[in-house]
Design a protein. Structure first.
Length: 320
């Protein structure tokens, strides 16, 4: 099954159009959240759209996170908490160097042990303490970069990993707010990052492929697209690295999604039944029924059921 079209709202500023899907509308996000609980349904509809008319900071949404009944939304112009259908813009308390209002927000992650939500923005890291109901920016005065923080990944019960677009990677302590910079600093721009919970960082780059970093030995292995090699990474612009419930790793690029075999160090590209579909992948999520929903630029959502393929990685394809 493939949903080939859905509504896109365009930014008012022409120069921001190149981020069209990255700042996707919340109606898509709500549809995905609602579908998580569906284990067998094959028809999906949007039951409610929440946008600027409902006081959402911006109609272009970068990330969403559900925490204890509330939905946190990062947009191109601020962060919102949605309770029911009520949207409340997050505001900085007191005097702040860069108030969180109107900041372009990127990734969101909830660290359960510390009961804090971490937001990546164009000016760095913000932390929301659920116990206190207060948001705090970690700026240069706190020893943190004031750079574009693209992605955040859980490290362990005390820390999260921070991935900055400039190539900086930090391990940040959620309790005492201290940070350890990963050395050496990467020269390539970072789009996304993922930590496997053991000793390996997976980093997606802007036009430079994917890096795999062994944090114990400080070794870096780079994967870039090789023309003529069908088992190389399909593209060098890596926007999403996703590990499903069966511990399979999926890599989304500007030229499609692939299953990565860590043992064989090979990529198995997922094919479309129709070559007319768009392959510029922006996000990947797994539903309760095991299906992977793959969001692309102008191609809508493609769906693949990995279990139905019965391990045939040489012939991966999306559902009709």
């Amino acid at each position: 099954m493939r949903i080939c079209r859905f509504l896109l709202l365009f930014l008012h500023k022409k120069q921001q159009q190149r981020f069209i899907f990255m700042h996707r509308i919340l109606s898509l996000a709500v549809a995905l959240l609602l579908s998580v609980s569906m284990s067998s349904a094959k028809d999906y509809t949007v039951s409610k759209r929440i946008g600027s008319s409902e006081k959402l900071s911006n109609n272009f949404v970068n990330d969403i996170l559900a925490v204890r009944g509330d939905v946190w939304v990062s947009t191109a112009a601020g962060i919102n908490k949605i309770t029911g259908l009520r949207s409340i813009a997050l505001k900085s308390a007191g005097v702040t160097k860069y108030p969180i209002e109107n900041q372009k927000a990127n990734g969101i992650v909830f660290h359960k042990q510390s009961n804090k939500i971490f937001f990546g923005t164009e000016v760095g890291l913000y932390v929301y303490n659920l116990n206190e109901g207060l948001v705090q920016q970690l700026s240069a005065e706190d020893g943190m970069p004031e750079d574009n923080l693209n992605d955040i990944s859980i490290a362990d019960e005390n820390n999260v990993w921070l991935f900055y677009s400039t190539g900086k990677v930090f391990r940040f302590n959620c309790n005492d707010f201290t940070a350890e910079a990963f050395m050496p600093e990467l020269k390539e721009k970072i789009r996304c990052g993922f930590f496997d919970g053991n000793r390996t960082l997976y980093i997606g780059h802007e036009h430079s492929g994917m890096s795999i970093i062994d944090i114990k030995n400080n070794t870096v292995t780079r994967y870039v697209h090789e023309k003529g090699n069908e088992k190389s990474i399909p593209g060098n612009n890596v926007r999403r690295i996703y590990v499903d419930k069966q511990h399979r790793m999926w890599v989304g690029t500007e030229h499609g999604m692939a299953l990565f075999s860590k043992e064989k160090k090979e990529f198995y590209i997922v094919r479309h039944p129709s070559e007319q579909c768009d392959d510029n992948v922006y996000d990947i999520k797994q539903m309760n029924n095991g299906e992977l929903w793959v969001a692309s630029d102008y191609g809508g959502i493609s769906i693949i059921d990995p279990e139905a393929l019965r391990g045939n990685v040489e012939n991966l394809h999306y559902s009709d």
